[in-house]
Design a binder for this molecule. Structure first.
Ligand code: 5GP
Length: 206
């Protein structure tokens, strides 16, 4: 156990912002963090693995998780449910580690409301709209309708930036640098004076 509580870092960003790659790189340079695996009702994409990319479940299963209070937050995105399981959050935070939630903005604000200062919201974006669309099309796994729906949702997500704590631009081909920036945020947050209560009480007893 550490002398501070784990912090929840929400990493949001329009589809195509590169969240997945950047968070993966972050884990390679910083292992004191657990990444929560979300549940979703969408179909797996080629190469995605149940229990690693997502827990792929049916709508009935998802709705019963909601009804039983087993999700920390959830949203509907392009006709599917996505949500963070309370069990995942507990597993990670009880180990004393920070937690990364790679989720969209609606879920991000739900978590912020629940956890307040213990949740830091970071928005990751592609450098511009043209590059965002190029990345989305480059995936080659989506129908035209799904791409358009994701582009429209991106515009909505960007409007939420005012409610976020940090903005990180993911320059093309520079995901290592981008992961470094996330790590800078994490380190700075650890040094916030208001998080030092436990440390001061332990090390400077009255
Ligand atoms: P994708 O289908 O591309 O994997 O994910 C679509 C969007 O859902 C992305 O913005 C992703 O970050 C978000 N997402 C993934 N898991 C969760 C979750 O547990 N909760 C919420 N609110 N959004 C999620």
């Amino acid at each position: 156990m550490t002398d501070r509580n784990g912090i929840v870092f929400v990493v949001s960003g329009p589809a195509g912002s590169g969240k997945g790659t950047v968070v993966e790189k972050l884990r390679q340079i910083y292992d004191d963090v657990g990444v929560s695996v979300s549940a979703t009702t969408r179909q797996p994409r080629p190469g995605e693995v149940h229990g690693k990319s997502y827990y792929y479940i049916s709508r009935e299963e998802f709705e019963s998780l909601i009804a039983n209070g087993q999700v920390l937050e959830y949203t509907q995105y392009n006709g599917n449910y996505y949500g963070t399981l309370k069990s995942e959050a507990e597993r990670i935070l009880e180990s004393g580690k920070d937690m990364i939630l790679e989720i969209e903005v609606d879920g991000g604000s739900q978590v912020k409301k629940l956890l307040g200062d213990n949740c830091i919201n970071i928005m990751l974006i592609a450098p511009d709209a043209v590059e965002l669309e190029r990345r989305l099309r480059g995936r080659g796994t989506e129908t035209e309708d799904a791409i358009i729906a994701r582009l429209n949702r991106s515009k909505e997500e960007l409007k939420e930036l005012v409610n976020y704590d940090y903005l990180v631009i993911n320059e093309t081909g520079k995901s290592d640098e981008c992961a470094d920036r996330l790590l800078t945020i994490i380190k700075a947050e650890h040094m916030k004076a208001h998080r030092a209560d436990k440390y001061i009480k332990t090390n400077y007893p009255e």
